[in-house]
Design a protein around this ligand. Structure first.
Ligand code: CP
Ligand code: NVA
Length: 307
């Protein structure tokens, strides 16, 4: 049975930390691991648009000795014309891993259930676990540790919020999420995060107060108010999220050495002010680079688990 990475807690806490530390190692020695030498091909499929995920997987697969095969699903049979299960049965005979950005988490599960090779979630409506490996790597790189730090997230209770809850709780962070009323994260995700926090020594708290989330935080994070697929709600969301901009006033309530994360793409003046995004405490460009290193470490881990 192949290992898959469909959600943040498909890894144990020990495996998560090992992957983050391997990522830091690969940042120093980019060509030290070559699991795809041959070259083996890795499929990277996009149902939604992407810049960072597309580039970092393509470069990462090449660095690991492999050949990336980037597929835009509109130009394939996947979706309306052919089932996910049949696609998995065809791909797994020819590629070493399947990386997929899609809408429904259930689609990823169906792909994994029918694939003999590892399947990786490159963002779904529910989670963005590859992003969280990069985010946690960035926190460890800048702060030297993860356990016990407070991460305050201000914004939408979306895929990023869900992944901060699960991956953060697994890593032993104190995750504090603030969303507007009725934009809270999924209740089941919240319950799972709290369960994970019990064994890691972390915690998960939810409120409608940005001040509570950022107060005394070591790490601040936010994400777009209008995720892919939500475009029709734009006008309503811009009204509902008033007061939830991560700006210098909120930043001043965090620890003086707090760092600021944003998975990008960012909309200056909406979820984050330009001075915070482009300011001294922002580590956003390192975070974007770390997608490459973190995903390489993940693919190495999966390739080794698959042997
Ligand atoms: N952060 C992120 O996943 O960016 P892309 O949508 O550009 O891949
Ligand atoms: N929440 C955003 C993340 C983009 C990387 C989205 O799903 O569009």
């Amino acid at each position: 049975m192949a290992r898959h990475f469909l959600k943040d807690d498909d890894l144990t806490a020990t495996e998560q930390l090992a992957i983050i530390d391997l990522a830091l190692e690969l940042k120093k020695f980019p060509y030290s691991k070559r699991p795809f030498t041959g070259p083996k091909t890795v499929a990277v499929i996009f149902d939604k648009t992407s810049t960072r995920t597309r580039v970092s997987f393509a470069v990462g697969i090449s660095d690991l000795g492999g050949a990336p095969l980037i597929i835009d699903s509109q130009s394939s049979q996947l979706g309306a014309k052919e089932s996910v299960a049949d696609t998995a049965r065809v791909l797994d005979r020819q590629v070493a891993q399947i990386i997929w950005r899609t809408y429904a988490q259930s689609g990823l599960e169906e792909m994994a259930n029918n694939s003999a090779v590892p399947v990786v979630n490159a963002l779904s409506d529910t989670y963005h676990p590859c992003q969280l490996l990069a985010d946690l790597m960035t926190v460890r790189e800048k702060k030297g540790t993860l356990k016990g730090l407070k991460l305050g997230y201000v914004g939408d209770g979306n895929n990023m919020a869900n992944s901060y809850i699960i991956a953060g709780a697994l890593a032993g962070l104190h995750v504090s999420i603030a969303t507007p009323n009725s934009y809270e994260p999924d209740q089941q995700v919240l319950a799972r995060g709290k369960e994970l926090a019990l064994s890691s020594g972390g915690s998960v708290t939810i409120s409608n107060s940005p001040q509570e989330a950022v107060s005394d935080a070591d790490v601040l994070a936010t994400d777009t108010w209008i995720s892919m697929g939500m475009e029709a709600e734009k006008q309503k969301r811009l009204q509902d999220f008033a007061g939830f901009t991560l700006d210098s006033e909120l930043l001043a309530m965090a620890k003086p050495d707090a760092i600021v994360l944003h998975c990008l793409p960012a909309y200056r003046g909406y979820e984050i002010s330009a001075d915070v995004l482009d300011g001294k405490q922002s580590v956003i460009w390192d975070q974007a680079e770390n997608r490459l290193h973190a995903q390489k470490a993940l693919m190495v881990f999966l390739a080794e688990s698959d042997n």
